[in-house]
Design a protein around this ligand. Sequence first.
Ligand SMILES: Cc1cc2nc3c(=O)[nH]c(=O)nc-3n(C[C@H](O)[C@H](O)[C@H](O)COP(=O)(O)OP(=O)(O)OC[C@H]3O[C@@H](n4cnc5c(N)ncnc54)[C@H](O)[C@@H]3O)c2cc1C
Length: 414
Amino acid sequence: MYDAIVVGARVAGSPLAMHLARRGYRVLAVDRATFPSDTVSTHYIHQNGLARLRAWGLLDELLGTEPAAIRQAHFGYRGLQLSGWAEPVDGIDTAYAPRRTVLDALLVDAARRAGAEVIEGFTVAGLVFSEGRVVGIRGQERDRPMREFRAPIVVGADGCRSMVAAQAGAEAYKVVPATGVNYYAYYSGLDGDLHHRVGLHETWCGAWPTHDGLTVAAVICGRSRFKEFRRDVPGNYQAVWDEIHPELGAQMRDQGRRESDFVAMPHADNYYRQPWGPGWALVGDAAYHKDPYPGFGITDAFIHGEILAERLDQALSGERPFDDALAEYHKLRDEMSSENYEFTTTLSAFGELSPRLRGIFGAIRKSPEWTTRLFGLFAGGVGHDEIFSPEAVRRLYEETGTPHDRRVHPAGSA
Ligand SMILES: Cc1cc2nc3c(=O)[nH]c(=O)nc-3n(C[C@H](O)[C@H](O)[C@H](O)COP(=O)(O)OP(=O)(O)OC[C@H]3O[C@@H](n4cnc5c(N)ncnc54)[C@H](O)[C@@H]3O)c2cc1C
């Protein structure tokens, strides 16, 4: 009998197992993958995600693997372009995009060092129920007999296609259909900044450095262009770069070298799932998924996993009932993420910006301070209200000498 079982041991599962094991609980984490291993991701971690790693005592270990430091960003949306960087978030002034082969293995090790039992290569076939509650899991390692493990709480950290969510009957809500298909590859010989640009024709391109002198360079094309795109992936991929970001497109052709195959991945829909029920909970992509366009997935998995661990500690220690603790996790998760969710689903459609957003971004472009603030929003150090509230927009327009268009911002508000 364990205190908690975690299904999935990557960026959501391993930190959760680590937090609970550090608090003295008997934790089992299982994953059908073995580590180190890669998974589909372009693995950019924002400063507030890195701050969590530092708080857990893991950032120095990650930096010891020498991921490239990122300190300059270039953001573009349909012709509107901004360059700059965020103020430090909790003292973190640099971003990193460590390979998942490195990051996930480091997190699995940290969970084990904390005392969690981790079984790799173990596929969970199903949940075990008793009187309407989840009481455990059944599964097996390849060629080994089926085994059953029990615990008062089973957490699904098993990604978008979560088996735990499906079997527990977790309802999805606020679903926004996915818009894009992602193609990425690793290049040598490119510059070391973060590039992030939406073009005019339902396309996006982005690149940032990772380990070993390589840059992960990605293109997203709208689903309507998917069939046409996949007829000639290398040609269409290069054409998107040449069209949206000709300077980096030229670097790729003239001095860069593609060092990997292309990874192709249609994005999953955006959704929230009911993240708990009798004997079960969800975290990471299993619980909440949004388009990877702004790169919030890993950071959110870290932050929400920490909140869940605190609430599970309260429940497992008898301090408060499970239902009470997990309902609070649900509420906090939704409150903390709702503005980023709306921002993500709006921008990742790659469509025309609303006049309001176009006005705001246009004004921000005139001011280095406001540009820094906008990058701070991505980095997790600046709240949406500091840029988008009526008061903030009024200040933005005043400070940048932008005429206030009352059709866009009625009654002088935003
Ligand atoms: C193309 C693309 C680019 C992205 N780029 C970024 C980025 O730059 N930055 C960022 O922050 N996020 C990015 N993301 C999102 C990010 O990768 C995810 O948010 C993150 O991986 C979610 O982590 P997780 O631990 O919840 O799930 P996952 O990483 O999906 O891990 C789930 C684990 O559960 C295991 N599992 C599943 N089912 C079972 C089972 N039945 N039994 C046992 N084990 C099981 C799997 O083997 C897997 O290891 C990107 C996503 C995509 C698709």
